[in-house]
Write a protein that binds this ligand. Sequence first.
Ligand code: DUC
Ligand code: ZN
Ligand code: ZN
Ligand code: ZN
Length: 483
Amino acid sequence: MSKVIRNGTIVTADRTWKADILVQHDKIVAIGHDLNGDHEIDATGCYVMPGGIDPHTHLEMPFMGTYSSDDFESGTRAAVSGGTTMVVDFCLPSPGQSLLEAIQMWDNKSTRATCDYSFHMAITWWGEQVFNEMPQVVEKGITSFKHFMAYKGALMVDDDEMYSSFQRCAEIGALPLVHAENGDVVAQLQAKLMEEGNNGPEAHAYSRPPEVEGEATNRAIMIADMAGTPLYVVHTSCEQSHEAIRRARQKGMRVYGEPLIQHLVLDESEYANADWDHAARRVMSPPFRNKQHQDSLWAGLQAGSLQVVATDHCAFSTEQKRYGVGDFTKIPNGTGGLEDRMPVLWTRGVNTGRLTMNEFVAVTSTNIAKILNMYPRKGAIVEGADADIVIWDPEATKTISAKSQQSAIDYNVFEGIEVKGLPKTVLSRGEIVVEDGVVKAKPGHGKFVAREPHMAVNRALSQWKEVTAPRRVERTGIPASGV
Ligand code: DUC
Ligand code: ZN
Ligand code: ZN
Ligand code: ZN
């Protein structure tokens, strides 16, 4: 069955033009005019863009004594309903567990995904086994490794482990990722706040000030530079971290920063809400910041010093959040956002003039497809690409509400926000998963996307170093004498 998307305006990261798109099976096979297909999709008045890619989700993740409430089925349903056609989730081995065994667990969890997905591997412990298994993980198409510099006593890696792992990443063409917060300082601040009787959700934000993020971002960048690898900093939430990334990029390093939609639009005043549940539902790490930090993140997206907008989707119900009554350090960290990222970013970014439509496509899809080495299969409207397409109605409006969401939890941190600009029809590898705003996604349609290692551009040196093998002298003949 072929499909023609007719009468729309195509918007990619680099251009905007009027043309139709022919989709055959799961691929885009032609872009142009007078195309014919078995089935017509009318895109009059709409923009036709590459489906969103959210490179930062935690679906059904074991964390802080519980599991995040959206699994691959409800999470990817939420994703497609908001125009996101691919997620990259974190495979999290428990300490001492084989990385390959953890992949098996994530393979099992993801069988009911409704859109395509990939994994990052988390380095949650370090040893010879991890070192030896890392190339095998890359062979399975998982070419990015996440390092938590926070969550002391649980997920945190120290500098020794991080440097070793970054060097290993450089050798095997993988990209290291960091959750950059100084976990030692956070642990001390948490203990001090609790001792002082500061046990409410607002103390969560006091225990993780921008300085702990800035310090860790700087440290990770320096370690990546010494290891000779690029670096991707997840959930960049503040000016201190953004500044470190800007400085590194100016020196010639390939360092990428990823603000979350939550940090762009929600601020720290949420934690001052007198309602414990309201504040606790917004507990995530890093916490929401003030307006100056938000302005810095928007400026970074505009200037290109920050490249990707993600969600860190990690949804916990109110009941789960209440594990932390009387002790904020036990509130499961995480918020949702998968189905709202694109409409909220469009509303607060494109409709306000802060982002062009092309920049919107770049930060929601194309840039991360390039960074994670799956471009142009993903993140592009081009012949041969996967037909992951969102037909976007810029005039459609709604008020975000937990009542109408796909996510399995009982609230929404964006509750009450009015959005203008919504997906009308969404295709995931050629299959219609949203039609006229109605979700038709089928569990199990989603497939794992294996990624290639990134050797050719896996260079992030602040000073140029010889990277090729020493030149061999060509000898055309043997000299007659020994001269
Ligand atoms: N931060 C969160 O808020 N949740 C999941 C993990 C993380 O780093
Ligand atoms: Zn067909
Ligand atoms: Zn994190
Ligand atoms: Zn995360």
